[in-house]
Design a protein around this ligand. Structure first.
Ligand SMILES: [Fe+2]
Ligand SMILES: [Fe+2]
Length: 233
């Protein structure tokens, strides 16, 4: 395993060492939409010590990451994994989150007016992401499949043409998630919160984690793979 330094790109670090996503999440280092920056840039921005790099290297030494070797997958295999894992998660849980935030707004909204904002943010996240998933599932992913059956610049073009748009939508979703985390004080349930409140916040946190991993696989692995195919044509 290579030794990481602060000049390494964050996205490349998570591609090489998937478990580093947990360390980055712990320090609130954005590794998906912000994966294009160097580790040093993120440390500076968040005023974090350079010892984070030591922790990263200790992690690299302590684990074998063989179970999560996404780099070994071809783009169609990676797409299969993304759809079965991350798209399935969102299709199942975005409606649940919408229902749960409506419930806690109705029950606790009088004592917790911030739940009105949370309700709007979750609504915006659901609208943004459902449109995004449909675009990927009906435009980009089928084009990737078509290209691997019949490789040509024409079959690859629809997959490449939407990359910018998809990346911008990732940023938009990431910004909504950031606002949700701030509004809920890192998903801290208030003392008078009920079981549904706890369930909502736990699912919000799980959703943030899943989306970060999802965006990382697309921004830092799938899209660069497609760009490489294009330059090899
Ligand atoms: Fe996706
Ligand atoms: Fe995406």
């Amino acid at each position: 395993m290579k030794r990481f330094t602060t000049t390494d790109r964050i996205g490349d670090i998570v591609v090489a060492l998937p478990k580093s996503a947990e360390l980055f999440q712990h320090y609130r280092i954005d590794y998906c939409c912000g994966g294009d920056r160097s580790l040093q840039a993120a440390l500076d921005e968040l005023h974090l010590p350079s010892t984070v790099t030591d922790e990263l290297n200790a992690l690299a030494r302590s684990i074998s990451d063989r179970g999560d070797d996404w780099q070994a997958l071809t783009p169609p295999q990676l797409v299969d994994h993304i759809v079965m894992t991350h798209h399935a998660f969102l299709w199942a849980n975005l409606p649940k989150l919408s229902e749960l935030t409506t419930t806690i707004l109705r029950v606790h909204g009088a004592n917790h007016p911030e739940l009105k904002t949370l309700h709007s943010l979750v609504g915006a996240l659901k609208t943004e992401l459902e449109g995004h998933l449909v675009k990927e599932e009906t435009v980009q992913y089928p084009a990737i499949e078509a290209y691997f059956k019949d490789p040509s610049p024409e079959t690859l073009k629809p997959a490449l043409d939407v990359i910018r748009e998809l990346e911008a939508e990732h940023v938009a979703a990431g910004n909504i998630l950031k606002q949700i985390r701030e509004l809920t004080h890192d998903f801290t349930v208030p003392e008078d919160g009920c079981g549904t409140y706890r369930k909502t916040y736990a699912l919000l946190e799980a959703t943030e984690k899943d989306i970060f991993q999802h965006i990382h696989l697309e921004n830092n692995l799938l899209f660069p793979q497609l760009a490489n195919l294009h330059s090899a044509l």
